[in-house]
Design a protein around this ligand. Structure first.
Ligand SMILES: [Zn+2]
Length: 216
């Protein structure tokens, strides 16, 4: 009389979510998969190929490396702007001196010039981010840090996602004065505790920032 083996530990299939006895599941690349889901799962892993396009092979970019990438991108923008201002200001001062000290430029124009400058910078930055993400899956800063941005399923980003991501980070998270420091902090904490390291804009746009070289 053989007695029935005690009930085994039940595990959920990572694909369909149904519970199975551990003996009815196979572990593929760290994920438990049931017999029914196995063929589709395997073909998906195979189709993703050696390029590391499969989420199973991803190594997520953490808060600090991503901060580093943003810093590099920031430098790329700040240097030309600093040079521009360094040339512009002395010329404005000289022009004013030559006009005998009387203000030559009405303050309203200076205000308008600042707003225009700000908007132009936003557009330039937007074009930079959107085009780089669309065609290279990374900005220069992210490239320098070995990172790239992909969709949750590993596909490259479409135009809408690239634009949405730019809007979420540059306008919503970091674009509002005073509020931005809080939102950036929240975004960093959220990314820091998330196993997939998703910042706020990654959650909204369903993107992941990963290392170009996945886990071996
Ligand atoms: Zn399943």
């Amino acid at each position: 009389m053989t007695q029935q083996a005690p009930p085994q530990l039940e595990l959920a299939c990572s694909q369909c979510g149904r519970n199975f006895a551990q003996s009815d599941l196979v572990q593929i690349a760290g994920s438990w998969v049931c017999a029914e889901c196995k063929p589709a799962f395997l073909s998906r892993v195979m189709a993703s190929g050696p390029g590391g396009a499969s989420p199973l092979a991803w190594r997520y970019g953490g808060v600090w490396i991503r901060f580093g990438a943003r810093f590099v991108d920031g430098l790329i923008f700040i240097i030309p702007v600093a040079i521009f201002i360094a040339i512009l200001i002395p010329n404005l001062v000289r022009a004013q001196r030559q006009a005998g000290g009387a203000p030559t430029v009405p303050p309203v124009f200076i205000g308008l010039a600042f707003i225009t400058f700000f908007l132009v910078m936003l557009v330039v930055q937007g074009c930079y981010e959107v085009l780089m993400l669309k065609y290279r899956s990374a900005t220069l800063g992210k490239m320098a840090c070995g990172l790239k941005v992909v969709r949750a399923d590993g596909r490259e980003l479409g135009w809408g996602v690239c634009f949405g991501r730019f809007l979420m980070w540059n306008v919503v998270t970091s674009g509002i004065p005073y509020l931005n420091s809080i939102l950036i902090l929240i975004s960093a904490i959220v990314a820091g505790v998330d196993p997939e390291k998703r910042a706020l804009h990654d959650r909204v746009c369903s993107t992941r920032v990963i290392y170009k070289q996945g886990v071996a």
